[in-house]
Structures are given as structure tokens and as C-alpha cells.
Design a protein around this ligand. Structure first.
Ligand code: 7PJ
Length: 319
């Protein structure tokens, strides 16, 4: 222990990793031994892929001001055809969002958010696909689940007034994400003493609060929140040490698709970040992420196919 605390944070992770690399392997993916039973939503039920292959969550923004594809898909018809393409490509969960959380986005009223997302969720529900609702507002959560959504994805980790109780009542899986600050201004000089420890501590605290409020642990998943109040360096550290989050024993969701950190590294605009998005998707899969949240479902499903084939071979050689 003495040596441990003399080490700098990066060395400390390396030191600890030498002890945590001994994880048990379940299916094709690394999962910590603590995970005894995954909620069905977090399992890959696709018969053609191994039971524990990571899940692909497709982003369906219904926001006219969305930075990537919202403006092109802001009508019901276009949103449905985009969702159908995702389903054909092999998506596991469609994440419907009616509020933009990028730094320059306009605030959306509760009524407007509900009007945006309910018709599309009602449509998607007929296709039998898993639907998550990307919102922090309790009334939107209720309307979405009422219309057929079966997961809540909250970038504010159920911290808005009434959100926690709403999630308790709705009894659907919930993703708790870390964010430093608020969307407007969160990228103005974010600071951490130790980004891994602080984000881990926040997520552990929120998990405890949820469990104490009566949410079944099996319903919970966690997300370090790439790009939400983090510099490029913070994001790179979080991806490098993603195993630390996986080791908490809850499914880890990772959202890196087309984010500005990829633009910083490649100097490419958002519509030219496919290659870098696929690269980080593979890294996240290899580090044990359970859900990969992406714009490019078809291409990311190809990445998963390659990853699964490599894992399968790896497993056969171990046994
Ligand atoms: C995330 C999200 C993410 C989760 C957005 C964007 C910005 N939800 N919603 N994780 N990002 N759980 O897609 O670039 O990283 S909106």
C-alpha cells in the first residue's frame, strides 16, 4: 500500500492493471467475475452472434439543431426510414433523442421534446426493436416509456428533480452518465485532479443513490461521458483505462461516435470522422464495453463481426 500511494496516477493504474488483468471471460467479451446475471436488455440475443458480443446502440436524433444528422431526419418519415436501415444493419438498441446536449444547442421545452419523440417511438415499437430515450426530463421519460421505450439514457444521471423517482416507478434499464458542468459551458476548461478516480467516484455514488431509491442493480449501466466536460487528454485517459469502469461490474456504455475529440486528433470535420469512430469503437469493444453508441450502425456492426471472430479464435486457443 505504501508503494501504491507513492506512485503517480498513471503508474498506479498500470500497477493495478497487472492485478486486474486476470478477469474471467464470458462469451466473447471480457466481463468482470462480479457480473453474475445480465438484464436481458444488456444481453445480445441475436442468435447469429455470441451471447456476450457487445451491443450496438444506434443514434436517432429528432432535433432540428442536431450537430450530425438531426436536420436531415427531423420528420417522422425520414426518422422511420433511418431506423429501419439501422435494424437491417443489426442494431440492438435505438437511442431516440429529442433534446440536443452539444454545447451550442438550444433548450427544448418538455412539451416540444415529447411531441418530437412520442410519434417515432410508437412507430419503432411496432418493429420490436429495443428503444432507449435520451433525456433527463421526468415527463419525457414517462411519455417515452408509455409509448414503448424500454430504456432510459440520461446524460445527467437522474439528477434533475423527479428523475430518480420516475426511474424507480418505470422499472426499465437506465444508463447513468458522467458530465462535468452543464452542456452550455462544459467544454470551457474542464479540470480534474484525477479524471478516472473522479468519474468512477461519481458513477459509484449515483449507482448507490439509485439502489437506495429502489432501482434494481441489474437495471443499471454506466457511462464515463466522453466529451462531456473533458479535454482530449481526459477522453484519451478514460478510453485507455476503460477497464476501470468495466471492473465496477455494471455494463459500460461508450459514446465516442463522431465526437470532437476525434476531430481534434484527425483535423477532420464531423462528416469525415467515420474511420476514427470505428477505430475507437473497436478499442472500446476490446476493453469490455457492453454498449457502443454510434451514428454509423452498419459499419460498426462490421467492426463487431471482426472483433467477434478474433475473440472466438482467442477463446478456442485458450481452452
Ligand atoms: C452521449 C449520450 C454519450 C450517452 C450524447 C453526441 C452527443 N448518451 N448522448 N453517452 N452523447 N449515454 O452524440 O455526440 O456519450 S449526445
Amino acid at each position: 500500500m505504501g508503494t501504491y500511494y507513492c506512485l503517480g496516477s498513471v503508474e498506479r493504474y498500470l500497477f493495478e492493471m497487472s492485478f486486474t488483468s486476470n478477469r474471467c471471460r464470458i462469451g466473447s467479451n471480457f466481463l468482470p467475475c462480479k457480473v453474475s446475471k445480465l438484464h436481458p436488455l444488456y444481453q445480445n440475443l441475436d442468435k447469429s452472434s455470441p451471447a456476450n458480443a457487445p451491443l450496438i446502440m444506434g443514434i436517432l436524433n429528432i432535433t432540428p439543431d442536431s450537430f450530425h444528422d438531426g436536420s436531415h431526419y427531423n420528420t417522422l418519415e425520414l426518422a422511420v426510414s433511418r431506423a429501419q436501415a439501422m435494424i437491417e444493419a443489426g442494431v440492438d438498441i435505438i437511442d431516440v433523442g429529442g433534446e440536443s446536449t452539444w454545447p451550442g444547442a438550444a433548450n427544448v421545452s418538455e412539451t416540444e421534446e415529447i411531441e418530437r419523440i412520442v410519434p417515432i417511438i410508437k412507430k419503432l415499437q411496432q418493429f420490436g426493436v429495443n428503444i432507449s430515450i435520451d433525456t433527463s426530463k421526468p415527463a419525457v421519460m414517462r411519455a417515452a416509456v408509455g409509448a414503448g421505450a424500454n430504456m432510459i439514457n440520461d446524460v445527467r444521471a437522474l439528477q434533475l428533480e423527479g428523475a430518480l423517482q420516475t426511474a424507480v416507478d418505470l422499472k426499465v434499464p437506465v444508463c447513468l452518465m458522467h458530465m462535468q458542468g452543464k452542456p452550455r459551458g462544459m467544454q470551457n476548461a474542464p479540470q480534474y485532479q484525477d479524471v478516472i478516480e473522479e468519474v468512477l467516484a461519481f458513477l459509484q455514488r449515483r449507482v448507490r443513490v439509485c439502489e437506495e431509491a429502489g432501482i434494481d442493480r441489474q437495471l443499471l449501466s454506466i457511462d464515463p461521458g466522453f466529451g462531456f466536460g473533458k479535454t482530449l487528454k481526459h477522453n484519451l485517459i478514460m478510453l485507455t483505462y476503460l477497464e476501470k469502469f468495466v471492473d465496477l461490474g455494471l455494463p459500460v456504455l461508450v459514446g465516442l461516435s463522431r465526437k470532437s475529440m476525434l476531430g481534434e486528433m484527425t483535423t477532420k470535420p464531423v462528416n469525415q470522422r467515420l474511420a476514427s469512430s470505428l477505430t475507437v469503437a473497436l478499442v472500446a469493444m476490446q476493453k469490455g464495453a457492453r454498449i457502443i453508441r454510434v451514428h454509423d450502425v452498419d459499419e460498426t456492426c462490421d467492426v463487431r463481426r471482426v472483433y467477434v471472430a478474433l475473440e472466438k479464435l482467442n477463446r478456442e486457443h485458450k481452452t
